[in-house]
Design a protein around this ligand. Structure first.
Ligand SMILES: [Cu+2]
Length: 118
């Protein structure tokens, strides 16, 4: 490919990437908070996003320090919020992984951890 055409493509890709990032939904905050320490195992995790979610195509899993899934597998989604109930998972690091489709038809994947009882 001639050098001149490559030079034209790279700024275009950078522009598309920047627009795509700003258009997708992002995790705004969570309860328990991302990276926080809580004294007792929470009964649920709630994720708050920057856009409304499509319930049929959004999911979240939570695993405890032993790597066991402790979420109910049935998230409750309303607007920009997604909550899932948890079984008691003991102490240690909890790992939250999500995959959501926002109403702009774009998907977002992400994960975070929080600590219990340490
Ligand atoms: Cu988007």
């Amino acid at each position: 490919m001639p050098r001149s055409s490559l030079a034209g493509i790279i700024p275009l890709l950078a522009l598309l990437a920047a627009n795509g990032a700003s258009a997708h939904t992002l995790l705004d905050h969570a309860d328990p908070r991302v990276g926080d320490k809580v004294a007792t195992p929470p009964h649920q995790v709630t994720l708050f996003f920057t856009q409304k979610l499509e319930p049929a195509f959004s999911s979240v899993t939570v695993t405890n320090a032993a790597g066991q899934r402790i979420d109910s597998a049935k998230p409750r989604i309303s607007g920009n919020q997604m909550s899932v109930s948890l079984r008691p998972g003991g102490t240690g690091t909890y790992y939250v992984k999500f995959h959501v489709l926002s109403t702009d038809t774009h998907t977002t994947d992400g994960n975070f951890t929080f600590q219990v009882g340490q």
